[in-house]
Design a binder for this molecule. Structure first.
Ligand code: ATP
Ligand code: MG
Length: 378
């Protein structure tokens, strides 16, 4: 296994907030950081010694990044295959191209999970409006999702009838669509797995997550889940990371249905919004852990040290360009503000988050939610 010791250079495909926070952790450990992103003012620019401005399907630019780096990782999975292969030809790409390719398309990802025997909800991959309508007549109320490029609930339509399914298929631009049965959820959770090239791994305790309109609103850890459920979720997540041969991080989003089934929703081969509390509640944050995993360093401890919570700050809080009342929010004890350095706030855009620790996860959650209320003028 190749080890990249501090002093080396880490390349990151993607310069969003996940790249920025990974870059900060890498810097703390003494690594240099370079990033590639289409936006010249991307959040990670502030921590990178070089920012290459290029599209994620630009193989030459990806090779240019890799040439200067000892290892390359990513913070977004929507990277073109030729670009992934160009990187692999120059430097170790962790996770490897094949795993990223499997995950980056919802249909490919879902059939991979299904074929390998991991538990998933009912679904059908369709091509035409007729097939989409058929799928809904079999599955019942469903969510139609574009296979690529969707995040934060974008590229998704809820449908109840075959007629609505036809419309949804068209409004998603036609072509390949995945139809997922709408599940009656008890709760949503995620499990983060760190894995090294030699198979050494660490599995974080599950995070319990709350979404609003398909976007993460808050997350807590520990989530107060029964021990058998925790074990089951961790075992499924590790098995997926192992089977896929992930080197780096794999976040596994899971659903617990009202009828008690634990099902995999989706995978992310990178740091994940639901584990931002790991910077407060765990002795190793997800960002430091990613650096350790891709550099072949010993993985850090992942047990929960103190209950922690995060609440997301969306662009909606920046009312007509006015800045939220940050100072007010920081009057709540143990609350920290994390901003991503994004210049323009648009509704729905993730601008930052608040984190807190407390004797219980519920109290930590109360703190971040109270702090978030204080951000708004009234
Ligand atoms: P993100 O990037 O934030 O993870 P996404 O755009 O990739 O989101 P999904 O994870 O597929 O989208 O879905 C977002 C949310 O929508 C889920 O966390 C869940 O709350 C809800 N959802 C998605 N699929 C289903 C389903 N089949 N049944 C019930 N709820 C669902
Ligand atoms: Mg999701």
């Amino acid at each position: 296994m190749s080890v990249i010791v501090p002093g080396g250079t880490i390349g990151i495909l993607g310069g969003g907030q996940l790249g920025r926070m990974t870059g900060m952790a890498a810097r703390s450990l003494g690594y240099d950081v370079q990033v590639l992103d289409p936006d010249p003012d991307c959040p990670a620019r502030a921590v990178a010694s070089r920012t290459i401005t290029a599209r994620f399907d630009d193989a030459d630019a990806a090779a240019d990044l890799a040439r200067d780096c000892d290892v390359v990782t990513l913070e977004i999975e929507q990277i073109g295959r030729p670009a992934l292969e160009a990187v692999s030809g120059m430097a170790p790409l962790r996770p490897r191209a094949e795993a990223i390719f499997t995950v980056q398309d919802r249909i490919r990802q879902r059939s991979w999970l299904d074929t390998h025997g991991f538990p998933v909800g009912g679904y059908r991959a369709v091509m035409t409006a007729d097939e989409c309508a058929d799928a809904v007549s079999v599955l019942g109320p469903s969510i139609c999702k574009s296979p690529m490029g969707g995040y934060d609930g974008r590229g998704q339509r809820r449908v109840r009838t075959p007629d609505e399914a036809r419309e949804a298929h068209e409004s998603l631009g036609g072509g390949r669509v995945i139809v997922e049965q709408f599940l009656d959820l008890d709760l949503e959770l995620s499990v983060l797995v760190a894995r090294r090239e030699d198979g050494a791994f660490a599995v974080y305790p599950p995070s319990v997550n709350h979404h609003v309109h398909g976007v993460l609103d808050w997350a807590i850890c520990p989530g107060g889940l029964a021990a058998p459920l925790v074990q089951h979720a961790q075992q499924v997540a590790h098995a997926i990371a192992d089977t896929m041969g992930i080197v780096g991080l794999l976040a596994v989003e899971l659903f617990l249905t009202k009828d008690g089934r634990l099902l995999v929703n989706e995978l992310a081969p990178r740091p994940h919004n639901t584990y931002h509390h790991s910077e407060r509640g765990h002795s190793t944050s997800q960002f430091e852990q990613l650096v350790r995993a891709v550099c072949g360093l010993p993985l850090g401890e992942v047990a929960s040290v103190v209950p922690a919570a995060i609440a997301n700050l969306l662009g909606d809080l920046w009312v007509e360009g006015a800045r939220p009342h940050f100072a007010e929010a920081l009057t709540i004890p143990d609350v920290r503000l994390h901003l991503y350095g994004k210049a323009s706030a648009r509704p729905g855009r993730k601008m930052g988050h608040l984190s807190a620790i407390a004797p219980s996860a519920q109290e930590a959650l109360d703190k971040v939610l109270e702090a978030r209320r204080l951000l708004s003028p009234d």
